[in-house]
Design a protein around this ligand. Structure first.
Ligand SMILES: Nc1ncnc2c1ncn2[C@@H]1O[C@H](COP(=O)(O)OP(=O)(O)OP(=O)(O)O)[C@@H](O)[C@H]1O
Length: 362
C-alpha cells in the first residue's frame, strides 16, 4: 500500500471513490424506425471503493467492460443506473456546470498517446489546454511557466514544449498525456491501459513515473488493464471483471498468492513463471473460447459457460460478490472457495467438483 493510502487508512478516512451497482447498457437499435432490439450490458452492476492515495487495478479480458467502467465514472459515457461518489459528491446526477467543476478533480490517461493527443497542437498547447479551460493560467507566459514545471515533473525537457506530438517517441508522448492529466492536480486519475501500447523496455519507466507522481501528489488511481501482471506492481487492490461484473476483489498480494475465483485462477495461470521446474509442475487452467457476447450474457453466473467447476445452481442463480474472508470478495457459488481459504495459501487451485468444460493441463 502506498504511504498516502496507509495514512488515510490510519486516519479512518472515507474512500475517495465509491461506486455502487453501476450499470452501463448501450441500446442496440435496428430498422428504419431505429427500434431498440436489445442492449449491450457493458457494465452490469459493479460496486467497489478506492481508498485515497491508493491504486485499484481493474482487470479482465477484452470486452469485459473495464474501459466503460472507467469512462462512466468520469462521465465520458452516461451510466444507465447506479451511483458514483467522488470525495462524497454524487457525480451521476451533476448538472453541466457542476460537472465541469468536478472534472478538475478527475482525469484520464489513455492507452494510445498518439491518438489521444491532437497532432496539430504543440505540446505547450496540449498541456496548457485544461489550465486555460479552467482559468488556472491567464496569460501565455503563465501557461508556459506552468507547462515547463509539469514537463519537468514527468521527465520531459521544457525546451521541447513548442514541438508537436509526432516529434516525440511513444514513451515521451505518454509523458505528455500524463502531464496534461495532472495539470489541474486531480484527486482521481483513471489510467486506461496506459502502457500496453508501449515497448516493453519503456513500460517500466512509465509505471515508475506514475508511482512517483502518486507519492508526490497523493493521487488515487483506477488502473485499467487486461493483463494481471501489468497491474501487480502498482495496485494496492485488484478487481477482476468478467462480462460486466466483478468476480473477485482483493488486496493484490493475497490475490496473487491465492486466487479464489476460477476465472482469476485462469488469468493467473496464463502468466508464465520464470522457473522451468515450477512451470512444469504447475496445474494450468486454460480458458477455452471467447468471452460470450454482452448483448446476450449467459444466465446465472456469467462465467458458467467456461468454468470447469460449474454446478446446476450456476446456470440460473447469479452469485453475489460476498466478503468470504477479511478483504477477500468473491462471486462464486462453490463452497470450495471457502474451503480453499481454510486450507491456507499453500493450496493453489480449487479442487475439482464438476466435469471440466475447459482443459486442465497437468
Ligand atoms: N459506445 C458503445 N456502444 C455500444 N457498445 C459499446 C460501446 N462501448 C463499448 N461497447 C461494448 O461494451 C463492451 C465492453 O467494452 P469495454 O471497452 O468497456 O471493454 P474492455 O474490457 O475495456 O475491453 P478492451 O480492453 O477491449 O477495451 C464491449 O462488448 C464493447 O463492444
Amino acid at each position: 500500500m502506498s504511504e498516502a493510502a496507509v495514512k488515510a487508512e490510519r486516519a479512518g478516512g472515507t474512500p475517495l471513490l465509491e461506486v455502487r451497482d453501476l450499470r452501463v447498457h448501450f441500446p442496440v437499435r435496428r430498422g428504419l424506425l431505429q427500434r431498440q432490439v436489445g442492449a449491450v450490458r457493458a457494465v452490469d452492476g459493479v460496486s467497489f471503493e478506492v481508498r485515497r492515495g491508493s491504486t485499484l487495478g481493474l482487470v479482465g479480458e477484452s470486452g469485459c467492460g473495464k474501459s466503460t467502467t472507467g469512462r462512466a465514472i468520469l462521465r465520458l459515457v452516461e451510466a444507465t443506473s447506479g451511483s458514483v461518489r467522488l470525495d462524497g459528491v454524487e457525480l451521476t446526477t451533476l448538472g453541466a456546470g457542476a460537472l465541469r467543476r468536478a472534472r478538475r478533480e478527475m482525469q484520464m490517461i489513455f492507452q494510445d498517446p498518439y491518438a489521444s493527443l491532437n497532432p496539430r497542437m504543440t505540446v505547450l498547447d496540449i498541456i496548457a489546454e485544461p489550465l486555460r479551460t479552467h482559468r488556472v493560467v491567464r496569460s501565455r507566459d503563465e501557461a508556459a511557466t506552468e507547462v515547463a514545471r509539469l514537463m519537468e515533473m514527468v521527465g520531459l525537457a521544457p525546451a521541447y514544449m513548442r514541438r508537436y506530438p509526432h516529434e516525440f517517441s511513444g514513451g515521451q508522448r505518454q509523458r505528455v498525456g500524463i502531464a496534461r492529466a495532472i495539470a489541474l492536480r486531480p484527486k482521481l486519475v483513471v489510467a486506461d491501459e496506459p502502457v500496453s501500447a508501449l515497448d516493453v523496455s519503456i513500460q517500466a519507466q512509465i509505471l515508475n513515473l506514475l508511482e512517483d507522481l502518486q507519492r508526490d501528489l497523493g493521487l488515487t488511481y483506477l488502473f485499467v488493464a487486461h493483463d494481471l501482471a501489468a497491474v501487480r506492481h502498482l495496485s494496492d487492490e485488484i478487481a477482476v471483471m468478467y462480462l460486466g461484473r466483478i468476480v473477485e476483489r482483493s488486496e493484490t498480494e493475497a490475490l496473487f498468492a491465492q486466487p479464489l475465483h476460477p476465472y482469476t485462477q485462469a488469468l493467473l495461470s496464463a502468466i508464465p513463471v520464470p522457473d522451468p521446474v515450477v512451470e512444469r509442475q504447475r496445474r494450468r487452467l486454460v480458458l477455452v473460447g471467447e468471452v460470450p457476447s454482452p448483448l446476450d450474457p449467459p444466465a446465472g453466473c456469467h462465467f458458467h459457460t467456461r468454468c470447469p467447476y460449474r454446478m446446476d445452481r450456476c446456470l440460473t442463480e447469479p452469485p453475489q460478490l460476498l466478503e468470504r474472508a477479511p478483504g477477500r470478495w468473491v462471486a462464486c457459488h462453490l463452497d470450495a472457495v471457502l474451503r480453499t481459504l481454510d486450507q491456507g495459501p499453500s493450496v493453489p487451485t480449487l479442487p475439482m467438483v464438476a466435469t471440466p468444460v475447459t482443459s486442465l493441463e497437468p
